[in-house]
Design a protein around this ligand. Structure first.
Ligand SMILES: [Fe+2]
Length: 433
């Protein structure tokens, strides 16, 4: 054979062989939702969230403005031994008027128990499972969901796993001002979100500003009310909750976060209440990652990191979960840009399936703190096994099958001696004016 031809064939084959093991998936189209009218008082878009100790908030929407905000519930199907009455809200946005959005808190509930419930005295008998009182507890994690074919795949994969609650670090519906997309997203996620608590924080796609007319997060706040009042926060955009030995803090990347801000002040108060004997694990979520070696959104989290990392480091945060970048990345324990055994493991998981596609381009060489990075859609599972050990796994959507391509055991900072070591450092920050 002509040597030139052999060389050309070789040059052609090398890159093909290098990427043959995994072909990056393309974005999938936004799902089409058929118009399926229901009676005006039929409960739609049902989702649940934790609302303080042993309580759950049930949220749903009805077209009927007179439908009552009641939830009947009990531990036997179709037999409701308890009833709770809640509140409701609605909003309008230019030519759009929302349905009646109901928020009803039920409880006290038993731990690790299946409850059957019905919203507004109408509709189907739904069921939910409450989280356990103690370890083990498993979180499903997926951010930047949207409502595409990939979103559906991610939700199907999460549905197959045995988990207790869903953590979502921002960018839910990708409504982006088109309010009916909030409704279709609510319907899309109901099968999962009505069965396990969904604990969410806001991303940039939740912000729907219209200068002089609408500011901020009205749609998001109206529809996805989280337990901010229960955790002493004055804003739905940052709050905390505790579940089975884990203290989880949800922060807002798009709310003031400097030392004089309400969010920072609230965070200090919240951290001062954390009892590591009761909740040995401390996990924080926010939307824009601080440690990101993808070329997308480079440096966007720097200001928030400058303001808040010293506090989170002193408080011994075990794991940070972020979204925004449409790719997966996991770091070693880090602080101020350097590997630090008493620092935090940062995980970026902003690739639940949104319409914008994946972020393929990375900064090279890979920073020392970056352990694993991959552009794929998928979800994560975090199983907190006991007070010292947790198992993290990343499940990419490979050819529609969940493929576990990254996994690691994480040991808690409380078991490493870091918590005791930084006690004075934390006290100093917490008492500072
Ligand atoms: Fe985002």
């Amino acid at each position: 054979m002509d040597p030139k031809l052999i060389l050309m064939v070789c040059l052609f084959l090398i890159p093909v062989t290098a990427i043959a093991d995994y072909v990056r998936p393309q974005p999938r189209k936004t799902l089409r939702f058929s118009w399926n009218p229901k009676p005006p008082n039929y409960p739609q878009q049902v989702h649940i969230s934790l609302a303080g100790d042993r309580h759950m908030r049930v949220t749903w929407v009805t077209v009927d403005k007179y439908s009552p905000s009641i939830v009947e519930y009990g531990t036997s199907p179709g037999r409701y031994s308890s009833i709770a009455k809640g509140e409701s809200t609605s909003y309008s946005y230019l030519f759009y008027s929302s349905g009646k959005i109901h928020h009803t808190v039920i409880g006290p509930l038993e731990h690790n128990t299946i409850y059957f419930y019905r919203c507004g005295g109408q509709g189907p008998d739904l069921q939910l499972k409450t989280p356990p009182a103690q370890f083990p507890v498993t979180f499903a994690v997926a951010g930047d969901l949207g409502q595409t074919g990939w979103t559906k795949t991610t939700l199907d994969h999460i549905d197959r796993c045995n988990y207790d609650l869903h953590l979502l670090p921002g960018d839910l519906s990708y409504a982006d001002y088109l309010q009916h997309r909030w409704d279709t997203f609510g319907e899309l996620v109901q099968p999962l979100a009505s069965a396990r608590p969904w604990m969410v924080t806001e991303g940039n796609h939740e912000e729907e500003n219209i200068p002089l007319l609408k500011d901020g997060f009205e749609s998001y706040n109206s529809r996805w009310k989280m337990p901010f009042e229960e955790s002493g926060s004055s804003s739905n955009l940052y709050y905390s909750f505790e579940v089975a030995g884990v203290h989880v803090i949800m922060l807002g990347s798009y709310v003031d976060y400097d030392e004089q801000s309400d969010q920072y002040r609230w965070l200090k108060v919240d951290l001062s209440k954390v009892d590591r004997k009761k909740t040995p694990w401390l996990i924080v979520l926010f939307h824009v990652p601080w440690y990101n070696s993808n070329k997308a959104h480079q440096g966007e989290g720097d200001d928030m990191m400058m303001a808040m990392e010293p506090l989170l480091y002193a408080a011994n945060v075990d794991i940070v979960l972020a979204g925004h970048v449409h790719a997966y990345e996991r770091t070693k324990r880090v602080n101020t840009g350097r590997v630090d055994p008493c620092g935090t493991v940062h995980i970026t998981i902003g690739d639940g399936g949104n319409r914008e596609g994946l972020a393929h381009r990375y900064v090279n060489p890979q920073p020392e703190w970056s352990v694993f990075r991959e552009a794929s859609f998928g979800h994560g599972e975090l199983k907190i096994v006991n007070s010292t050990h947790a198992f993290w796994s990343w499940h990419r959507n490979d050819d529609d099958e969940p493929v576990r391509s990254d996994q690691v055991w994480i040991t808690s900072l409380i078991s490493s001696g870091c918590v005791a070591e930084k006690k004075n450092e934390l006290r100093k920050i917490l008492v500072a004016p």
